[in-house]
Design a protein around this ligand. Structure first.
Ligand code: C2E
Ligand code: MG
Ligand code: MG
Length: 733
């Protein structure tokens, strides 16, 4: 379609240039006609009015003036020259006119050349009154072309002139001599009329980009229709009427028939042109409506993408938040409630891993559909991403409603899924928060529903939980770790690592500390003992766990001894709960008996705090243990509040300086002083002393210098799995 509109403004100025050159050509012919007395060249019709030589001269000035002023690449000097020629035109026109007005002859008619054919009473070569007016008008129009303020007036002037000259041309055509023949003032020659028409149209076209002309030249479909209609509207009646007239005068056709034919032809031509325009406009309208509907579609798509999940087509987090906000407002007004159900699928990851993402996507889509079937139209089912869905129950009457629906949702999710030939099963954990009980803001309600969901998961999945304040992430994590530890205890999810203890005097392996490790079964990151030991202590799990570590460490130590390694004592950490359990000495005895390890190779690390909290009990147990033949170390020494007398009474075999005092050695003077004091104390109490957490050569040198007996830390080795520890063991001995 666009080619129809491709009539560029530049093209109009090119046409204007051609018109100016045409005028110049006609003038040249006229001039030649004057020089060689060829009347045909000055009038086109022999014996008819001739172009006066002055008219030719001024029209030529106009043509050159127009040529100089159009086109984008004209130099300023050329443009100025064009304006100068326009001034000459106006002056000559005015002078000519003044001769008629005051009936004088100032002689400009003979300036160039006299008129040999002129009647004696006529002034030879003098431009006629209409021509003089036309010259003044054309000169003024040309003068105003480049003037910002006068430009539009110049165009209007040229438009009026063009109409007048076309009118005169038509009069010529129809033989209305009274219109073009001005008796004493002379008649108009055809070439003159043509030149004036062309010159004025040239002026108009040179301004194609503005004003009235722009209605016809613009590149819209309206401009296109105007361009088609205008010439038809002007030319069709003019030419056809002339033909009718001509035919009638030549007695070829009677006037009635001619007029009827003419009317039919004009109507036909105009109808065709109007239809032609309408066709273009229709095509244009279609194009616009297609583009508009594409635009509307694109906007709708963007809106969908912003508010809906691309996979399931369910509302996404953004839309959910909006709806949650609205539901809260509505419920607030009616004192109602809103429930938010946070759904997380259990074991969805294996489906993706084993059957591929396509299968996973399929299942998610099915889940979305099932969830929608359970709830009402007015409720919202959203997907937050991954395997997380949220159901928003607007206006729940009682919290029970949410529980009921959560149960139904779980049942719906638990129905089998068909993926390819296989059937798959899933379950879900749901956390529920209720407005206004669990929060007033969308964000809070989401967080609480999320926490409740984690809590539900930590309780073994496939259930739903209403939010309660203890379900913070921290609490949920602890519950989850506890639950997993219980499973790990049955399924062998714990391992023991071994960290060497080294003699300061000769750098040899002198003992080993057993440290338990826990790796959750669900593939999560290993949990540090610093986190899981306190949980195990709180939940009482530490008792069976501690027993297992004790037996495992004894078994491993005995196995090494059996394998021929030089015997070493293994240190096992004992927690306060184990210590206080009442039968701890029996547990130790049982471990030694079942593994066959000699008590001389078992050392029990009890923290200073544990000892001091139950001192009397500790003394009794200590005696029992030492009676069994095992040694006892006080772990994390320096962090508790030992009194010297108690320490003396307790009479442990080893004091273990806490890592916190070693960390900043030897630069921290306080730590250095404490470390030295503990070493002295141990020596005075006749106990061995070991420093833990030695990480650098400097720390080691300091401890060596101040008479520490043993060291343990990353400087020598981190805790290692049994097999790795073995290779170190083998190298040392
Ligand atoms: P702990 O008995 O004082 O054990 C020493 C801790 O220091 C270990 O941390 C060990 O890996 C770490 N460590 C050793 N050398 C360095 C070092 O050079 N730099 C640093 N930054 N750390 C070092 P782990 O294994 O994380 O154990 C932490 C605590 O958990 C232990 O402190 C102990 O109180 C407790 N624990 C570990 N295993 C058991 C166990 O079987 N039973 C009981 N009841 N508690 C245990
Ligand atoms: Mg320890
Ligand atoms: Mg310690």
């Amino acid at each position: 379609m666009d080619h129809l509109l491709s009539f560029s403004p530049d093209r109009y100025s090119r046409i204007a240039q051609i018109l100016s050159l045409t005028v110049l050509g006609i003038c040249t012919l006229g001039f030649v006609g004057w020089v060689w007395y060829g009347p045909i060249l000055t009038s086109f019709v022999a014996g008819f009015y001739q172009m006066k030589i002055n008219t030719i001269f001024t029209l030529a000035c106009g043509a050159v003036s127009l040529w100089c002023q159009i086109g984008r690449h004209r130099r300023p000097a050329v443009r100025t020259a064009g304006r100068g020629l326009a001034v000459i035109m106006v002056v000559l026109g005015l002078l000519n006119l003044s001769q008629y007005l005051w009936n004088i002859n100032i002689g400009i008619d003979e300036l160039l050349r006299g008129d040999p054919f002129a009647a004696p009473h006529q002034f030879p070569g003098r431009t006629s009154v209409p021509s003089s007016c036309g010259i003044i008008a054309a000169g003024l129009a040309l003068l105003g072309l480049q003037h910002k303020k006068w430009n539009s007036r110049a165009v209007k002037l040229a438009a009026v002139s063009a109409c007048v000259w076309i009118g005169l041309g038509v009069a010529y055509l129809y033989g209305l001599a009274s219109l073009y023949q001005f008796n004493a003032f002379g008649g108009l020659a055809i070439p003159t009329i043509i030149c004036f028409i062309l010159l004025n149209i040239g002026v108009l076209l040179s301004q194609a980009q503005q004003g009235f002309m722009f209605y016809f030249t613009n590149r819209s479909y309206a401009g296109l229709a105007a361009r088609r209609l205008l010439p038809t509207a002007i030319l069709a009646p003019v030419l056809l009427n002339w033909l009718v007239l001509f035919g009638h005068e030549a007695e070829m056709i009677d006037i009635r028939t001619a007029l009827a034919i003419e009317t039919i032809i004009i109507a036909l031509v105009l109808t065709i042109v109007v239809g032609w325009c309408a066709r273009s406009l229709l095509a244009f309208e279609r194009l616009v409506s297609i583009k508009q509907s594409e635009k509307v579609q694109a906007l709708e798509k963007a809106a969908r993408l912003a508010h809906y999940d691309a996979l399931t087509g369910l509302p996404n987090r953004v839309l959910l938040n909006e709806r949650l906000g609205e539901a809260i407002k509505a419920a607030g007004r009616k004192a109602g409630s809103v429930s938010l159900l946070f759904i997380d699928l259990d074991r969805f990851k294996p489906i993706n891993d084993t059957h591929g993402h396509q299968a996973g996507d399929n299942v998610l889509i099915q889940i979305g559909q099932r969830l929608r079937e359970v709830v009402r139209e007015t409720d919202t089912v959203a997907r937050l991403g991954g395997d997380e869905f949220v159901v928003l129950l607007a206006e729940t009457r009682a919290t029970d409603d949410a529980g009921l629906i959560a149960g139904k949702l779980i049942t719906a999710i638990e129905q089998p899924y068909k993926v390819g030939e296989e059937e798959m099963y899933l379950s879900a954990s749901i956390g529920i928060s209720v407005f206004p009980k669990d929060g007033m803001e969308p964000q809070t309600l989401m967080e609480h529903a999320d926490a409740a969901m984690y809590y539900a998961k930590s309780l073994g999945k496939r259930n739903y939980q209403f939010y309660a304040p203890h379900m913070t992430h921290e609490a949920v994590r602890r519950a989850s770790i506890e639950r997993q530890m219980r499973m790990a205890l049955d399924e062998g999810g714990f391992v023991v690592e071994y960290q060497p203890k080294v003699s300061v005097s000769n750098g040899r392996l002198i003992g080993v500390e057993a440290l338990v490790r826990f790796k959750p079964t669900d593939g999560r990151q290993p949990v540090s003992p610093v986190e899981f030991i306190p949980i195990a202590e709180e939940s009482g799990l530490i008792v069976p766990l501690g027993r297992w570590v004790l037996e495992e460490a004894c078994r491993q130590n005995k196995a090494w001894q059996n394998a021929g390694y030089v015997p070493l004592p293994v240190s096992v950490n004992v927690s306060a709960a184990q210590f206080r359990s009442g039968n701890f000495a029996d547990v130790v005895h049982h471990a030694l008996k079942t593994t066959g390890l000699s008590p001389a190779y078992l050392d029990l690390e009890i923290t200073e705090t544990t000892v001091m909290q139950n001192f009397d009990y500790a003394i009794g147990l200590m005696r029992q243990l030492q009676g069994l033949g095992v040694s006892v170390s006080i772990d994390d020494f320096g962090t508790g509040s030992s009194s010297l007398s108690k320490l003396k009474l307790f009479s442990a075999d080893t004091l273990k300086i806490d890592r916190s005092f070693i960390r900043d050695l030897p630069h921290n003077r306080d730590d250095a002083a404490i470390t030295c004091a503990i070493i002295d104390l141990a020596r005075n109490l006749n106990q061995r002393v070991i420093a833990e957490g030695v990480e650098t050569q400097e720390q080691f040198a300091f401890l060596q210098e101040h008479g520490c007996d043993e060291v343990q830390g990353f400087y020598f080795s981190a805790p290692l799995p049994a097999e790795k520890f073995e290779s170190m063991y083998a190298r040392q001995w």
